[in-house]
Design a protein around this ligand. Structure first.
Ligand code: GAP
Length: 433
């Protein structure tokens, strides 16, 4: 077996596999699509959930200092006024006077339109707010305006006091949330990398003001541990210390984790020191104290915050790109998704050697039930010959294929074939689970 270790992956290969094998489809495809939206198919949703559950396990369940929340997507518009999003959550927009194409001014050469090719057709850039506006209730006027949240973070901040008052956590502690975020991106692009609807996994970690640096470094190390558990190669992960002029309005320090995606080196996630910016804004705008009192003392202050913010789609895209492999088995080319076992959408595939032999099918069904009970996501495949079944499972990254043959009827052993090495071994059915 020889492997293309360079893994010079073309994005199109991954997009095509994602659609062909039921991971991710273009949103609203049947009606011609809706730009910047994507739908997850059966394998995609399993992969995405595995990524999100791993994050939740590592950052919440395995720790004593984290609490989960799940806030409403729709929030009072005052949330976004206080956070600064109404005024500043904007990208610079330019429009071509010839073809009326609209672009992000900071992403193109504005001397020439990338669509129609005409020169000097762009005027001054204007600031375009990326929040999706909607109305809550039956009256559509200024009083009923609300927004689809552009980040999950604010849903955490507005629940800071609730959790403090009901759980009395010691500082430092974090609130974690996973969920949808929406941004009316001017130019959605590169598959799920820049979408208009996506998911985030965010932590707001509350600390004493003069102890922020230790927590920042610890959460950065935890971030690397998570990326490692996603199976991303270390040499493709890079830290970027974001210079002051490029940081978000709330941040005093930001490190972006960049990843060598097939589209180039791009932001995978970020970790920011948000100071007391958000809690202070809530305190000032809502008129409610956001102070924390150190237990047994009179020491009160508004905590500072470290925020590790992960995009689920970018994590999924990185995992797919890292897994995508083309190699050769017995002189035949194959595509294999080398997902880490704990992320693979299907854990086992079970087959009878021949589908027209009822005794083999019956035995294979027994094996299928045993594995299904234990692992949940197990697939049954009796189509075509064994070689073709293996190829199909390789393409969706199933770590093990189990085949029941005539010997199995006698000795109660089955053949297990390993996705990565393609090696086969005999295992007793009793030892499978
Ligand atoms: N609460 C901080 C925050 O939202 P951000 O850098 O704007 O910070 C955090 O977003 C992460 O969310 C990004 O690192 C990225 O992974 C993901 N993300 C942001 N915009 C996205 C988009 N349009 N499509 C997919 N993921 C996106």
């Amino acid at each position: 077996m020889s492997e293309n270790t360079e893994k010079n992956v073309e994005m199109e290969n991954i997009v095509s596999l994602a659609k062909r094998r039921g991971f991710i489809y273009p949103g609203s495809d049947v009606y011609g699509g809706l730009s910047g939206t994507w739908d997850y198919g059966p394998l995609g949703v399993a992969l995405k959930r595995n990524v999100m559950q791993l994050w939740w396990k590592m950052f919440v369940d395995d720790r004593d200092d984290m609490y989960g929340v799940d806030a409403a997507i729709l929030m009072n518009k005052k949330v976004w006024e206080a956070s600064g999003h109404t005024a500043t959550f904007t990208d610079p927009l330019v429009e071509c006077s010839n073809c009326h194409g609209r672009f992000r001014a900071d992403k193109i050469d504005t001397s020439k339109c990338p669509t129609c090719g005409k020169e000097n057709t762009f005027g001054e850039a204007r600031q375009f707010n990326m929040m999706f506006k909607t109305h809550v209730g039956a009256i559509e006027d200024d009083t009923s305006i609300s927004y689809l949240r552009p980040e999950t973070a604010q849903g955490i901040f507005i629940n800071f006091k609730n959790v403090v008052d009901t759980f009395y956590p010691d500082l430092p502690f974090g609130l974690a949330q996973q969920g949808k975020a929406f941004r009316n991106e001017i130019s959605p692009r590169d598959f799920i990398f820049r979408s208009r609807e996506f998911e985030q996994m965010e932590i707001e970690y509350f600390v004493e003001p003069d102890k922020w640096e230790a927590s920042f470094n610890a959460l950065l190390a935890d971030t690397h541990a998570f990326l490692n558990a996603l199976g991303l190669p270390q040499d493709k992960i890079h830290e970027l210390e974001v210079p002051a002029e490029d940081r978000a309005h709330y941040s005093k320090r930001t490190i972006d984790i960049e990843y060598d995606f097939p589209i180039g080196k791009e932001e995978l996630m970020g970790i920011a020191y948000r100071t007391d910016f958000d809690l202070m804004n809530i305190q000032n705008n809502a008129g409610k104290s956001m102070e924390y009192t150190i237990k047994g003392t009179n020491t009160k202050f508004v905590p500072h915050v470290i925020e590790p913010s992960f995009g689920v789609e970018r994590a999924v895209m990185a995992v797919m790109a890292a897994a995508y492999t083309e190699d050769e088995v017995n002189g035949e080319k194959r595509i294999v998704m080398k997902f880490p076992e704990h992320l693979a959408p299907v854990k086992y595939c079970v087959s009878p050697l021949l589908k027209n032999k009822p005794e083999l099918v019956e035995k294979a069904r027994e094996v299928y039930q045993i594995l299904k009970k234990k692992h949940g996501n197990v697939m049954w495949d009796d189509n075509g010959n064994i070689g073709k079944r293996y190829r199909r499972q390789d393409e969706i990254g199933t770590p093990y294929c189990v085949v029941v043959d005539f010997d199995s009827l006698e000795d109660n052993n089955v053949t297990i074939r390993d996705r990565d090495t393609t090696e086969q071994r005999r295992v007793a059915i009793a030892d499978l689970a």
